[in-house]
Ligand binder design. Structure first.
Ligand code: NAP
Length: 352
């Protein structure tokens, strides 16, 4: 059998938090093997963080050491080789790499600085893979156009529903299909709180439980008032429906409006309250809304125990639904791998 040549592929991380570190850990094991089978040998040549310094080494950074330094709260600076690099932006503009993995935190209202990071790499003619919703929600059209102009890829499978294949499904498996709209339950924190209220737990207690479990932030407004779902709705509408919506333009109703009495009444009637994200077309305009809805038990959006549900409404395939049973860091790291395999162009990396 002919031996397939292995090409080097250099990665730069903008952000080295939970997702990036999980991806880096698995690079030393299954991810590395899958990528080699797909014809690439990966080397990490640059890492930028917010508060743990940055490091560039064209020969390849020692990943195990980098992981240990950041986990122990130390700076990556001792790993740096070459001229000093002042900032993430300078690293993105000058470091030697082929693919930027943009994994910095989401800033929901502006999508920055992640959008600027993505644009800077694309302008250099370098590929970008991200799990950050910000650039997709705020600038999907512009960034896709920039990528096309520079003949590189801008891929973002991890941005919505972790690693569940939404954007790749739309691009590869639903070719030629038009997305008329979608409905989704995309925020797991509010689903969890509403489910606890169905069991008779008061709203404040259900919220405190979610905070104690680490699934809700100390400031829960991002989840409860629909901002998280609005950012995801924009990312989906902009990437799948060619919209140019911004999160602030999505109509939002908070789940705080739902009283214990309303939950009890729905339960008695065999219904469930869920925070539902919807988008659709009104002529050429795309509208989007995030609001609590009372749904019958048989509705696909009421999938008990699911972290997320999305039902796409298409012209040629009718409704196509995705149910995410459990999402998190592992699934998001996988989305990064899946996008990287697409960039590598070496097929699925499956054993023959
Ligand atoms: N966690 C998930 O399951 C999940 C699921 C889907 C999507 N996502 C998205 O994936 C991205 C990464 O998530 P995560 O959970 O890994 O986040 P995280 O643990 O909070 O890590 C964020 C990383 O970005 C770094 N950072 C902050 N500002 C930066 C800047 N200006 N330039 C470069 N790096 C910067 C942080 O460095 P310091 O720690 O030094 O400040 C940290 O290393 C986010 O956009 C998130 O919304 C995450």
């Amino acid at each position: 059998m002919p031996v397939r040549p292995v090409r080097p592929l250099r990665l730069a991380f903008a952000g080295f938090g939970n997702v990036a570190r999980r991806f880096a850990e698995l690079l030393g094991g299954p991810y590395g093997r899958i990528l080699r089978r797909a014809g690439v040998s990966v080397r990490v040549t640059a890492i930028a963080t917010g508060h743990h310094g940055l490091a560039v080494d064209a020969r390849g950074l020692p990943l195990t050491r980098a992981l240990a330094l950041v986990r122990e709260g130390h700076s990556l600076a001792p790993l740096h080789r070459g001229k000093p690099v002042a900032s993430t932006r300078a690293l993105i503009a000058t470091a030697p790499y082929d693919v930027l993995l943009e994994l910095s935190p989401l800033e929901p209202l502006t999508g920055e600085p992640a959008t600027a990071h993505v644009a800077a790499a694309l302008r250099r003619g370098l590929h970008v893979v991200t799990a950050n919703k910000g650039p997709v929600a705020h600038a999907a059209g512009r960034l896709k156009a920039l990528a096309r102009r520079h003949r590189v890829r801008f891929l973002h499978e991890g941005a919505v529903m972790d690693g569940f294949p939404i954007f790749n499904l739309a691009e590869r498996c639903l070719r030629g299909v038009e997305f008329r709209g979608f409905g989704g339950v995309l925020n797991s924190t509010t689903t969890r709180i509403l489910s606890r209220m169905e069991a008779g737990v008061p709203f404040d207690v259900a919220l405190a439980e979610a905070q104690a479990a680490g699934v809700a932030e100390a400031d829960p407004a991002f989840d409860l008032d629909g901002w998280d779902a609005a950012v995801k709705t924009c990312a989906l509408a902009n990437a799948l429906m060619g919209a140019t919506l911004r999160p602030a333009e999505v109509e939002r109703v908070s789940v705080r409006e739902i009283t214990a009495q309303a939950v009890d009444k729905a339960t008695l009637e065999g219904k469930r309250w869920r925070l539902v994200a919807r988008a659709g077309r009104d002529g050429r305009r795309v509208w989007a809304r995030v609001a609590p809805e009372e749904l019958p038990l048989g509705d696909l959006l009421v999938s008990d125990g699911a972290d997320g549900v999305l039902v796409l409404d298409t012209d040629l395939m009718g409704e196509v639904g995705l149910v995410e049973s459990a999402g998190g860091v592992d699934q998001t790291a996988y989305a990064v791998l899946s996008d990287l395999l697409e960039v590598a162009g070496g097929g699925g990396g499956r054993p023959s």
